[in-house]
Design a protein around this ligand. Structure first.
Ligand code: ADP
Ligand code: MG
Length: 441
C-alpha cells in the first residue's frame, strides 16, 4: 500500500508541481484499496473540495498508471466526524444522489440555508425564496443581476435545489448561457432544433445562468425568446442571472429584453462590512475552522472584491493552519494572504498596476516593459498605461518609463485608445471597470 501511494504521489507531484503537491496532496494518505475503490484519508473537508474541483480525475489517473486498475476514489476525514457534520454530509450526499438520478446538473451545496442574507442581497434572496416556494406563480421571470462572485449562481441554484428537495417529478434544468448557446449552434448545424425545443420547452423550471453571454448572438436570442415565451405561457418558472441589468445587455433584440423585464428584477450588491462578517463567521462555522474575532474582522475589512475571494482566503488559512498545526491569527493571516489583501496605507503604484494587468492578461510582466509591439503585449500595455493615468498621480513620463520607455505622447495615445474602446465595446468596458475596481476598490 505504502509503495503504491508513494509512486502515485510522485506522479501527482510531477503533474501539479511541488508547491501544490506539498499543500494539497502530500498530507493525503491512502487508507485502503478494496472492491475497486481507493479510500483516501484527508485532514479536513477542504481537501476533498479542492482536489475534486481543481484536479478532477488526477488521482484516479495516477492510481491507474501505478496499479493498472481503474479505481474509484473515495475521501474520508481522518478525525472522527461529529454528529452535526455527519448530518450535513448525509443531506448533501442525498441531494447529490437525487440530482444525479434525475439528471440535473446543479451544485448540491448551493442552498438557501447556507446563503447569508444581508442588506446587499436581501431583496434578491427574498425574491428567490418566494419563487422557490411558488414556482411559476410568484415572479416570472426572476432576473437576478450583480457583479462577479457575489452569489448569483448560488441563489439561482438554491431555487433549483429547494424545488428538487420538495417536489418529485418537477422538471428542472440548470444551464449556463454559454452551454445554451453551444446547444443552439449545434442544433441548427445538425438540423436538430426539434430536439432542442423538446428539451427546453417542456420544463417546469429553467435556471439560466449568466445570460449576458448571449449579447450579439442572434440565433441564440431567437431561440431563447421562443423558449421563454413557451415556458411563460405554460406558467413555468424561469430564473435568469446576469452580470448586468437587462438595459445594459447590448445588442439584444427588443422583444427579448422586454421578456427579461416582465417579471421581477433584483440586484445583488457588493457585501457591506456586516454582511461580510456574517458570511465569514458562517463559513468558518460550517467548515469547523477556528477563527478568532480579530481575524474575522480583519478579513471583512481587507478582502474587498467578492465572496468567492473571501472563501478562497478561508480555505488557504485553514489549509495552512491544519498543515502547520498552528492556530489562525492575524499575523498568519497577513502573511498567508499578503498577495490578496490590499494595503490601504500604501498608495497604488504604476508597478502594482503593471503587475495586475500582466496577470490578468496572462503575459509576463517583463514583456510589458519591453518595446515588443505584438498585439498580445501592446493591448495590455495600453491598458496598464490607461489605468495608471486614471488611478495614480504618476506623471505621463513616469508612466511611459514604467511601460517600456515610452514617451508622453505614446501614453496619451494609449489612454485615448483604451477610452475609445471602452465607449464602443461593453465587454471591454466591463473588463477594465472590474480591473480598476480590484486595484482601487
Ligand atoms: P456569481 O455567480 O455571482 O459569480 P457565486 O454564486 O458563484 O457568484 O458565488 C461565489 C461563492 O461565494 C460561492 O461559493 C457562493 O457559495 C459564495 N457566496 C456568495 N454569496 C454568498 C452568501 N450571501 N452567503 C454565503 N455564501 C455566498
Ligand atoms: Mg456565477
Amino acid at each position: 500500500m505504502k509503495i503504491i501511494w508513494e509512486k502515485t504521489q510522485k506522479l501527482i507531484s510531477e503533474r501539479v508541481g511541488t508547491q501544490f503537491y506539498e499543500l494539497w496532496f502530500k498530507p493525503v494518505e491512502l487508507a485502503q484499496i478494496k472492491d475497486g475503490q481507493a479510500v483516501l484519508e484527508i485532514p479536513n473537508r477542504f481537501f476533498k473540495e479542492w482536489i475534486e474541483d481543481g484536479y478532477p480525475g488526477l488521482i484516479p489517473e495516477a492510481l491507474k498508471e501505478v496499479t493498472g486498475e481503474t479505481l474509484k476514489v473515495k475521501f474520508r476525514m481522518s478525525e472522527k466526524l461529529d454528529a452535526e457534520s455527519r448530518k450535513m454530509d448525509n443531506l448533501l450526499e442525498n441531494r447529490k444522489t437525487r440530482l444525479a438520478s434525475r439528471g440535473i446538473y446543479l451544485n448540491p451545496k448551493y442552498i438557501f440555508q447556507n446563503f447569508v442574507v444581508g442588506d446587499s442581497n436581501r431583496f434578491a434572496s427574498a425574491a428567490a425564496e418566494a419563487v422557490a416556494a411558488n414556482p411559476g406563480r410568484a415572479y416570472n421571470p426572476l432576473f437576478i443581476y450583480g457583479g462577479v462572485g457575489l452569489g448569483k449562481t448560488h441563489l439561482v441554484s438554491a431555487v433549483g435545489n429547494a424545488v428538487v428537495d420538495r417536489i418529485k417529478n418537477f422538471r428542472v434544468l440548470y444551464v449556463s448561457s454559454e452551454q445554451f448557446t453551444n446547444e443552439v449552434v449545434h442544433a441548427v448545424r445538425h438540423g436538430k432544433t426539434d430536439e432542442l425545443k423538446a428539451k427546453y420547452r417542456n420544463l417546469d423550471l429553467l435556471l439560466l445562468d449568466d445570460v449576458q453571454f448571449i449579447e450579439n448572438k442572434a440565433a441564440t436570442q431567437e431561440e431563447l425568446f421562443h423558449t421563454l415565451n413557451a415556458l411563460y405561457e405554460g406558467q413555468r418558472q424561469i430564473v435568469i442571472s446576469s452580470d448586468r441589468p437587462p438595459k445594459d445587455i447590448k445588442n439584444v433584440t427588443d422583444r427579448l429584453r422586454s421578456r427579461f423585464n416582465m417579471g421581477l428584477i433584483a440586484d445583488i450588491q457588493s457585501p457591506e462590512f456586516e454582511t461580510k462578517l456574517a458570511i465569514i463567521q458562517k463559513k468558518a462555522e460550517m467548515e469547523r475552522i477556528a477563527l478568532p474575532p480579530a481575524v474575522v474582522e480583519f478579513l471583512a475589512k481587507k478582502v474587498k472584491s467578492n465572496i468567492r475571494e473571501l472563501e478562497g482566503c478561508l480555505i488557504r488559512l485553514a489549509a495552512h493552519s491544519s498543515l502547520t498545526g498552528s492556530p489562525i491569527d492575524v499575523e498568519m493571516t497577513k502573511t498567508i494572504l499578503k498577495d490578496i489583501i490590499t494595503d490601504d496605507d500604501k498608495p497604488l503604484t504604476v508597478e502594482v498596476i503593471m503587475k495586475a494587468v500582466s496577470e490578468h492578461f496572462g503575459i509576463k510582466l517583463a514583456d510589458m516593459k519591453t518595446k515588443k509591439r505584438t498585439k498580445e503585449i501592446a493591448l495590455p500595455r495600453q491598458v496598464a498605461m490607461y489605468l495608471a493615468r486614471e488611478l495614480t498621480e504618476a506623471s505621463l513620463s513616469d508612466i511611459g518609463k514604467a511601460a517600456g520607455g515610452k514617451d508622453h505622447a505614446t501614453v496619451i495615445y494609449a489612454c485615448k485608445q483604451v477610452a475609445d474602446r471602452r465607449a464602443s465595446n461593453s465587454d471591454f468596458d466591463h473588463m477594465i471597470g472590474s480591473l480598476a475596481g480590484k486595484l482601487k476598490p
